[in-house]
Write a protein that binds this ligand. Structure first.
Ligand code: SF4
Length: 418
């Protein structure tokens, strides 16, 4: 893991929705975008609120028509999170969105390139202290005039790269566009350069990060539904974040955008870039040693605990004694299964040994009680109270089940036990 690259800090938001920062030492923000029509005010507000509750720091809305920017004024009054207006083709939409009180504008150099028009948007944003994202997309970047010739010339800069000409085009477009902003002494800028090709995303952001110190908004565009889009997005974005690149990100799915928020946050939690909120669930993939219906158990635990528990409690659900004790020791609350039973631990201390049908309820009860204890200051997250000594992995299926049955899973007290 590399240190985060130093970027300028850009503010977004206001006193009512709260002020957040992109870049500098601010945490990496997670964004998403509404999927419904912006002019459908009630539905749009409800959609934004769903994403905010899931943890989105910033939400973007499309404003293709005048009726969308007209609706923005009412939407902004009702939401509790900074809103970005996504503008393409019509610079007037940006001016109207600024007038409506939006918190940030996204412009696409691929379809709003007239210098006077861009200047008008810059001036309006400057007057209101609103940042602008320059969002270059691979799909909309190629200029129609002499495009092959230009692509060929630019390709020389990245000779040998499989998409060298496109890489160069995206960077050249950004440089040209940024000149307009810098000539206006406007620096409240963030940059994105998205592609649907994960390796291209890694390369283009890596190159951009060497050239500009503006905060970077990461994303893989048109990534597809979550099943395949998650791999495409996480491959690129986690590589960049681990390399210290990126100040805000949006994962894009052609499915419920709530998953964009969840997966964006999870990526940052996993890389230690954001402080986790809510339960961290660990579960084994199961194998031929499994003795309970672990998939159903995990699903139920996830469904019931995730919305309920607020603290970042580490919960492990393990299929047998092979890895169960190790995970149980590292988790706040854990269960490992054997012989159609579940042995439940809280901070490494065994608290129950119950039949399969009772595992879920007992585990939930222990999680709730543990959270209440932490809230009362009687326990600390991540504290190790006892060490567990697993039985030797012998017996039926090599699972140690005979020993579990005989109650031979041991624990050694090493710390506080009450
Ligand atoms: S914990 Fe046990 S059941 Fe789960 S994958 Fe590991 S060996 Fe298999």
């Amino acid at each position: 893991m590399q240190d985060r690259r130093k970027t300028r800090k850009v503010a977004i938001g206001d006193d009512r929705v709260g002020r957040k920062f992109i870049g500098g030492d601010a945490p990496i923000l997670v964004q998403t975008m509404t999927a419904g029509y912006t002019h459908d005010i009630d539905a749009c507000v409800a959609e934004i609120e769903r994403y905010r509750q899931a943890g989105a720091d910033v939400v973007r809305v499309a404003v293709p028509e005048r009726k969308d920017t007209d609706a923005l004024k009412e939407i902004i009054k009702q939401v509790k999170v900074p809103i970005v207006a996504d503008v393409h083709f019509h610079f007037q939409r940006a001016l109207e969105a600024v007038e409506a009180g939006v918190h940030k504008i996204r412009l696409n150099p691929g379809n709003i390139s007239d210098r006077d028009q861009v200047n008008k948007v810059i001036d309006a944003c400057k007057e209101r202290g609103i940042p602008i994202r320059i969002g270059v997309n691979e799909g909309s970047i190629i200029e129609r005039k002499d495009k092959l010739k230009r692509a060929e010339e630019l390709g020389k800069f990245f000779a040998g790269h499989k998409s060298g000409h496109m890489l160069a085009l995206m960077i050249a477009k950004l440089e040209e566009y940024l000149d307009i902003f810098e000539a206006r002494d406007f620096h409240d800028v963030t940059i994105s350069a998205k592609s649907m090709d994960a390796s291209m995303v890694i390369d283009v952001y890596t190159e951009i990060s060497k050239r500009f110190d503006y905060p970077l908004h990461l994303g893989v565009t048109h990534a597809g539904p979550r099943d395949t889009g998650a791999i495409r997005s996480i491959a690129a974005l986690s590589t960049l974040v681990a390399n210290g690149i990126g100040d805000t990100l949006r994962i894009s799915y052609a499915s419920d955008h709530i998953d964009e928020v969840k997966d964006g946050l999870e990526l940052l939690y996993c890389l230690g870039k954001r402080e986790r909120k809510g339960v961290e669930l660990i579960a084994c993939p199961t194998c031929g040693r499994i003795q309970v219906d672990l998939f159903t158990l995990v699903k139920e635990v996830e469904k019931k605990l995730m919305p309920e528990l607020k603290l970042p409690i580490k919960v492990a659900v393990m299929g047998c004694v092979v890895n169960g004790p190790g995970e149980a020791e590292g988790a706040d609350v854990a269960v490992f299964a054997g012989d159609r039973r579940g042995i439940i631990y809280v901070q490494g201390q065994r608290v129950a040994n119950v039949p399969e049908a009772e595992i879920l309820d007992r585990l939930l009860q222990e999680c709730r009680e543990f959270e209440a204890k932490v809230n009362r200051g009687e326990a600390k997250l991540g504290e190790k109270v006892v060490e567990i000594v697993p039985p030797a992995p012998i017996g039926e299926l090599g699972s140690g089940m005979d020993k579990i049955r005989a109650g031979l899973v041991e624990q050694i007290t090493i710390g506080r036990t009450s």
